[in-house]
Ligand binder design. Structure first.
Ligand code: URP
Ligand code: ZN
Ligand code: ZN
Length: 497
């Protein structure tokens, strides 16, 4: 309860603050869930946190995670909104954007309503991208405008996966709709037919191990689809974000398009910065723990993806958290939706690489892995860390001024980091519902000690204090394409349009 003796509900005192643009020493005062003041020598708060020696960043915004997503055919991902959001908060992520599915032949509304009801269990703030798999006139002209009006202002399309993928013609219809409505389009870029052709050849040669997942989806299938997605977006003059860029060849397409003024943004994920085909090649089927699409690349590719972060080609690091346990993968459920279709069992009863559900869990590890491998390892500075983990996504997805910021008026979503703390990552310490982490045994330097969500301490020293259902739905505004460094990219006017 607020007393007359206190100017603030909470004061975080003496931290080193890191925003998207600068690093400075200050106190930060919180009132009614928002940041009320930033400065030295702030007056007393009802609660005080002595943060000397710690770094204070905005809470993370993870704009790409798959949580409790129902699959066509009845399967549902193991991660629930309760476990997924607890894991998010424990890793410093205070808000996330996940996906409302659409099933071919079905309208959106009913699925969206039931998924939104499920999401109310979350303890972090959340919003949705709408997946479009069947862009009928009714969906594009009636249902999508209704979603955008409710603040669901981004659409997700797949150029691969059976049965999720769109044809180029359907993709163009989605782009044109998004342009009319001022919504962003996010794209999974891989060439479906090329992957199918490779899979058939590999299986015919008796090659079935998890490593062959990467052989079936080499960089060229990602590069081609990235080029195509950008070309079609250029034709419509509609901004897109390319999801989960895994390799330099695809990033190069983004950089070249940007240089000629195309409004295209790029995202990558910690798996493409830290894991490789060496992980897919682990013996005893352990490689299945590293099956995601696009596939992990050769070890030397990681340095090139870091370079694309450093030169600003890739703006966002999301988790692409996708929860399928190892035990589930071994049974090859085939109903995840995230697969190429077809289930080829091997002589040992385990699934062939093409029947392993795609995706790795990472909502809790996203920020600590990027802090350790990025900031502590000297690859990126603290403002870049903030831009990559929250501020850029906040602008792209219409949450600017509210999330990813330490400025007065923003939601008081905050993370305290101890840059000297070290830990070895172990799945047993994580809060998600998945039975493994692909980063088991990775030594981390720099760890989150406290996560604050809208002014309340949600996690302290690994203990999750937030309650299920305390997360809020984030209705989002229009995108803001100016990067937080303030530079207007080539091809944009001063307002970033
Ligand atoms: O392998 C992945 N990335 N699974 C999640 C679904 C997707 O493609 O984003
Ligand atoms: Zn994808
Ligand atoms: Zn994804």
């Amino acid at each position: 309860m607020q007393s007359h003796d206190h100017d603030y509900d909470l004061v975080v005192r003496g931290a080193t603050l890191a925003s998207a643009a600068e690093v400075f020493e200050a106190d930060l005062g919180v009132k009614d869930g928002t940041i009320a003041a930033v400065g030295r020598g702030l007056r007393r708060g009802a609660e005080e946190i002595d943060a000397r020696g710690l770094i204070l960043t905005p809470g993370g915004l993870d704009p790409h995670c798959h949580i409790e997503e129902p699959a066509e055919g009845g399967g549902v991902q193991e991660e629930s909104f309760v476990t997924g959001s607890a894991a998010a908060l424990a890793g410093g992520t205070t808000s996330f954007i996940c996906f409302v599915p659409q099933w071919k032949g079905h309208p959106i509304a009913a699925t969206a309503e039931s998924y939104e009801a499920t999401a109310r269990a979350a303890m972090a703030d959340y919003s949705f991208h709408q997946i479009i798999t069947d862009p009928t006139p009714d969906v594009l002209e009636r249902e999508v405008p209704a979603l955008v009006a409710r603040g669901i202002r981004s659409l997700k399309v797949f150029l691969t996966y059976d049965p999720l993928r769109l044809t180029d013609g359907q993709f163009l219809e989605v782009l044109a709709t998004a342009r009319r409505l001022g919504a962003l389009v996010t794209v999974h870029c891989e060439n479906f037919d090329a992957i199918g052709w490779r899979i058939r050849a590999l299986l015919a040669a008796g090659l079935t191990d998890p490593l062959q997942h990467a052989w079936a989806r080499p960089p060229v299938v990602e590069r081609e689809a990235t080029h195509r997605a950008i070309a079609l977006a250029e034709l419509v003059d509609q901004p897109i974000q390319v999801f989960h860029v895994s390799c330099d060849a695809a990033a190069e397409e983004i950089a070249r398009a940007r240089a000629r003024g195309v409004k295209v943004w790029g995202e990558t994920c910690p798996q493409y910065l830290t894991l490789s085909t060496d992980d897919l090649a682990r013996p005893d089927f352990e490689g299945a723990k590293a099956v995601c699409s696009p596939a992990l690349r050769a070890p030397e590719e990681r340095a090139r993806v870091w370079a694309r972060i450093q030169d600003g080609t890739l703006d966002v690091v999301s988790s692409d958290h996708c929860g399928f346990s190892f035990a589930t993968a071994k049974r090859a459920p085939g109903s995840s939706g995230y697969g190429q279709g077809g289930a080829a069992a091997r002589a040992d009863g385990l699934p062939a690489f093409n029947a392993i559900p795609n995706g790795v869990p990472g909502i809790e590890t996203r920020m600590p892995v990027l802090f350790s491998e990025g900031v502590s390892a000297g690859r990126i500075d603290l403002p870049a860390f903030v831009r990559l983990t929250s501020a850029n996504a906040a602008r792209l997805f219409g949450l600017q001024g509210r999330k990813g910021s330490l400025a007065p008026g923003a939601d008081a979503d905050l993370v305290l980091w101890d840059p000297t703390a070290e830990r070895t990552l172990a799945n047993a310490d994580l809060h998600h519902a998945i039975d493994y982490t692909p980063w088991e045994g990775l030594r981390l330097k720099g760890l989150p000690t406290t996560t604050i969500r809208r002014g309340e301490v949600a996690v302290r020293d690994g203990a999750v204090l937030a309650q299920p259902g305390s997360g809020r739905f984030l209705a989002r505004g229009p995108y803001d394409l100016v990067r937080p460094t303030g530079r207007v990219p080539d091809g944009f006017d001063a307002a970033g349009r």
